[in-house]
Design a protein. Structure first.
Length: 383
């Protein structure tokens, strides 16, 4: 049984159980006084096979559309749905619940299922519910992971794909047919080969090139639980696509692009860590951003680039300095995205001085505490 409205999403895969679940729910509806023909149950089974049982809305509407014959039955249906699918107690309603045994199967080959003797002896249909250890790990906060789990996540991060978003180039590329973009100079030069007759016309279109990606990673003490995972992300970006620049921010600015070019992830991370002298130190976001703008960003690296700021927003410097530097960055970048590992925390609000000063100048503010959040970041980068 499911114990909450969103618990359907926790059942990642249910093997060979759609028929059993559909019949069991039909029995509950019949026990509530509704007339459910066999043909309707078969339609319900088919609908569940098409939509799956991992989302509450899909299951609810599949049953409501296929099992009900009269709008007056909706109220009874809603109560029965809450009892069967969500495990809620419905006042004034007695239903006969079919005995269903649930066994748990993992992806570990050494353990086919988790079941006890009582479940083996229990009557009624048995459901085998699978869960994935990797799927659970992907959603886990980096700060809550053990060293073994972090190693597994680092391997997953290394497999992330960074597709290059494109930007228009000043150069032109030849094309076979584009009447609106006639290349006059090439057409005239070609006409010299035919005694000045423009028989062969040449066309062109604007070329594109990869948009530069700039990663600014906060390696201060408050970011210690997340810094190595984010450095691993930067390494995957540097070796996975063209035109990527990576910097660390703390009490000073450090360019680590060259250190991350090694194909060996462990060697790249060691080299980057050795070059960063302010690892797990203080935070001067405003001052380090000013250095980046003056030495690298405004001069060209940030112009038209997709800039990703990975930081929790804690800053010991003046918020006015950070506000000024963020405003400078926003004027020259294509998009400025701030990734904050603390954003997923219940009740979080960007009240830290640094975060509050920078937020008005960001185009997007997203989470960055888990593999799932970093995977979403790669989708944004590639879009």
């Amino acid at each position: 049984m499911l114990d909450s409205a969103g618990a359907l999403e926790d059942l990642a895969e249910v093997q060979n159980s759609v028929d059993t679940i559909a019949v069991g729910f039909a029995r509950v509806l019949r026990g509530s006084g509704l007339s459910i023909p066999v043909s309707s149950v078969m339609l319900f089974v088919e609908a569940l096979r098409l939509t799956g049982i991992d989302k509450r809305s899909s299951v609810y509407w599949s049953g409501r559309v296929t099992l009900l014959q009269d709008p007056e039955e909706i109220l009874i249906y809603n109560r029965a749905f809450a009892v069967f699918w969500e495990g809620q107690r419905s006042k004034g309603m007695e239903v006969e619940m079919p005995p269903i045994t649930v066994t748990l199967a993992t992806d570990d080959p050494s353990q086919d299922s988790i079941e006890n003797d009582a479940e083996e002896d229990s009557p009624g249909p048995k459901l085998s519910v699978r869960f994935s250890k990797i799927e659970t790990l992907k959603a886990k906060d980096f700060s809550d992971c053990s060293s073994i789990e972090l190693r597994e996540l680092h391997q997953l991060i290394g497999n992330l794909k960074f597709s290059s978003s494109k930007r228009a180039s000043l150069r032109k590329r030849d094309t076979k047919r584009n009447p609106k973009k006639l290349n006059v100079s090439k057409s005239i030069r070609k006409a010299f080969e035919t005694d000045g007759e423009p028989i062969y016309l040449k066309y062109s279109r604007k070329d594109t090139r990869p948009r530069r990606l700039v990663l600014l990673l906060d390696v201060s003490g408050s970011m210690e639980p997340y810094a190595r995972a984010l450095i691993r992300l930067a390494h995957a970006a540097v070796v996975g696509r063209a035109d990527v620049e990576a910097f660390t921010l703390g009490t000073r600015l450090t360019r680590i692009t060259r250190e991350l070019t090694s194909r060996d992830p462990d060697a790249a991370l060691r080299s980057a860590a050795d070059s960063v002298r302010d690892w797990s130190g203080g935070t001067r976001l405003g001052a380090t951003l000013a250095e980046f703008n003056n030495e690298w960003g405004i001069r060209g690296y940030a112009r038209g680039a997709l800039l990703i700021m990975l930081s929790d927003g804690w800053d010991r410097g003046s918020p006015d300095v950070l506000r000024t530097q963020m405003e400078r960055l926003q004027r020259v970048t294509h998009r400025l995205i701030w990734v904050n590992p603390l954003k997923h925390t219940p009740g979080y609000a960007p009240l830290a001085q640094g975060m509050a000063a920078a937020l008005p100048y960001t185009d997007e503010f997203i989470e960055g505490h888990s593999f799932d959040s970093l995977e979403r970041l790669t989708e944004i980068i590639s879009s």
